[in-house]
Design a protein around this ligand. Structure first.
Ligand code: UGA
Length: 433
């Protein structure tokens, strides 16, 4: 198949590269010349393990290319994917669909022969119908169908998620378009990945419902963690015991400092707005949004308590600031709430993160960046483990105690065993234990 991907952000770039690896011919389009030039030189704007090799391999095989010329790329495609951003609109929590609708208009003018226009971006229910209407209005003679094909990949594990998905969701309403989509996903169907064919609205809803459910699951365990602390239970045992029930499952039950990232915060807000607008409020998700904010603030209280209620003038080491490991993404990371609060309270914060500097430097003013955890902890009066990068999972706790001025640790990802930490000489707090 000849495929065109509009947008080389996370979803667009990973999907484009992986589709080319399936054997399709893929052209990725972006509006930013510097991005296209970088990609043509094999430089990837994001940190995603394995993506650079996969990209290079498919460029070398001449199945993958990059261009600024949307019209030519669309004209020759069997299917055009829209993979542009849908950020939260300022003020009202809605998904901003400007980029999606602009792309639809440009695509409309360039269509040539039967083409399926597929939305991969996460878009509110009704968006694909609107895309269809826009294309028809812009080019009444166009021969096309629309399809909704939401993406479920996680940052940091994007290639594995794309290549071995739990399921593929395709919202499509004509046999011709179904046929095209089936051909595109044939390599996955051969590997027995389940493909759910449904209508446009249901496909759009599946994506929001799945992300909101996962955010709810995390938030649920975070609230249980707060209660565990009061009653003397251990949230790790609680999640283990709960997760063994196959109806619940053990994934996304790790208590922590609150969820972050480019998706859960944005998609929960958008779903809440959609519900309110249709007079069918999703109150559970509205609560999740508030509780997640409170969870991040609860972490600040935890650190303050650990530091005898004052961090003023104290050196504090922060291990990890990206919203999760294996990404350089700082969007809505809990660190953006926690670190500025400590800096504001007079702490001298030293940060170390394997990939966080590029994005984080501008977002976390007033901190000192270090390249080694022990350097960051030298003479510190507390260390906060905020993102569970592998580098921070096997610290030599005795060495930690030795280099610190006052060996206190807030392990906000429950990486260490409280007994080990205490035996090493740390004053140790974690989440829900
Ligand atoms: C999420 C979904 O997991 C993907 O399926 C989806 O495709 C993606 O959003 C999207 O809509 O594009 P992602 O944001 O990359 O993926 O990251 P996750 O691994 O889901 O983690 C999200 C946040 O939840 C992180 O801050 C993480 O630390 C936190 N989390 C996750 C927990 O606090 N506890 C857990 O048990 C799991």
């Amino acid at each position: 198949m000849q495929l065109t991907m509009i947008g080389t952000g996370y979803v667009g770039l990973v999907s484009g590269v992986c589709f080319s690896d399936f054997g399709h011919d893929v052209i990725c389009v972006d509006k930013m010349p510097e991005k296209i030039t970088a990609l043509e030189n094999g430089e990837i704007p994001i940190y995603e393990p394995g993506l650079d090799e996969l990209l290079a391999r498919n460029v070398a095989a001449e199945r993958l290319s990059f261009t600024l010329d949307l019209a030519t790329a669309v004209a020759q495609a069997d299917a055009v994917f829209i993979g542009v951003g849908t950020p939260t609109r300022r003020g009202d929590g809605h998904a901003d669909l400007t980029y999606v609708y602009d792309a639809a208009r440009e695509i409309a003018r360039a269509l040539n022969g039967y083409t399926v226009v597929v939305t991969k971006s996460t878009v509110p229910v009704g968006t694909n119908r609107e895309i269809e209407r826009i294309i028809r209005e812009e080019n009444p003679d166009a021969d096309f169908d629309v399809a909704s094909n939401p993406e479920f990949l996680r940052e940091g594990a994007a290639i594995e998620d794309f290549m071995r998905p739990d399921r593929v969701v395709v919202g499509v309403e004509s046999d011709r378009a179904t046929d095209v989509m089936a051909k595109i996903y044939r390599p996955l169907a051969l590997r027995e990945a389940p493909i759910v064919y449904t209508d446009l609205e249901s496909a759009e809803m599946i994506k929001y419902a799945a992300n909101a459910f996962l955010a709810t699951k995390i938030t649920f365990i975070n609230e249980i963690a707060a209660l565990c602390e009061k009653v003397g239970a251990d949230v790790k045992s609680v999640s283990k015991g709960m997760g063994m029930d196959a109806r619940i499952g053990n994934k996304f039950l790790h208590a922590g400092p609150g969820y972050g990232g480019s998706c859960f915060p944005k998609d929960t807000k958008a779903l809440a707005r959609i519900g309110q607008e249709h007079a069918a409020p999703i109150q559970i998700v509205e609560a999740v949004i508030d509780i997640n904010e409170a969870t991040k603030r609860r972490m600040i209280d935890k650190v303050m308590q650990l530091c005898d209620d004052s961090v003023n003038g104290k050196k504090i080491a922060v291990l990890g600031v990206t919203f999760k490991p294996n990404t350089d993404d700082m969007r809505d990371s809990p660190s953006l709430t926690i670190v500025p609060a400590l800096v504001g309270a007079g702490a001298n914060v030293h940060v170390v993160d394997p990939q966080g500097l590029k994005e984080g430097e501008a977002l976390l003013p007033g901190v000192t960046w270090q390249d080694d955890p022990y350097k960051a902890m030298r003479n510190a009066e507390a260390v906060i483990l905020l993102t569970e990068w592998n580098e921070f999972r096997a610290l030599d706790l005795e060495r930690v105690v030795k280099v610190m001025k006052d060996p206190r640790m807030a392990d906000l990802r429950n990486v260490y065993d409280p007994k080990d930490a205490e035996e090493a000489g740390l004053t140790y707090v974690s989440v829900g234990r």
